[in-house]
Ligand binder design. Sequence first.
Ligand code: AMP
Length: 217
Amino acid sequence: MNQRLVLLGPPASGKGTQSARISAAFGIPATSTGAILRDELARATPRGLEAATHTRRGALVPDGLVMELVGDWIATRADRFLFDGFPRTVAQAEQLDLLLEQLGSRLDAVLLLDLAPEEIRRRMLGRLVCSVCGKLVNIGRHVASEAETCPQCGGVLARREDDNEEVLRRRLEVYEEKTAPLIPYYQVRGVLHRLDSAAGEEAVFACVSRVVEGGAI
Ligand code: AMP
């Protein structure tokens, strides 16, 4: 089994959806640094407020702050874990390697959810998040418009603050510049698995499951 995992991919490539499914199907504890930061902001903690000055512009949060969020979480889960949206820079990846080494662990697999820029744009501008249960909902797929309520719990749906045209452009640039270098980083370490996110949720989950179960895609 491959149970020490990272989900890598551009914004709106389905990392959150696949993370929830992997966690439910295989019982692997999952965390999303983006979700932790949104929660810290909702609670107006100093870390959340500082992070928001970066996330609002589509920029990455400084590596030091992100490593603080991750360090405690991984310490008790080094044998089975799934990161969604972390690492996002080579410096974070190097620090994760070091952390895992100190814990006598290592990464088994990095799942890259590949998606073309036009499709990323289309998905990002059509996605909503439930303000009550956190479910990710897509306009045109789960609901007809932003005015509807969450199909899972009836909560109010809202656009993520950082899902708008200008921030989107910046986030894509940041992905290319800072996060895409992780692809060769993990390729040379022999842990990278490339998946086509455009194939859709079910097809991607089938491939992901094969990797988790230790097989090839
Ligand atoms: P996400 O929900 O993963 O799309 O993350 C939303 C935002 O949170 C990103 O655009 C970044 O500003 C910030 N963020 C999340 N994870 C990281 C990370 N590992 N490193 C730096 N910034 C992050």
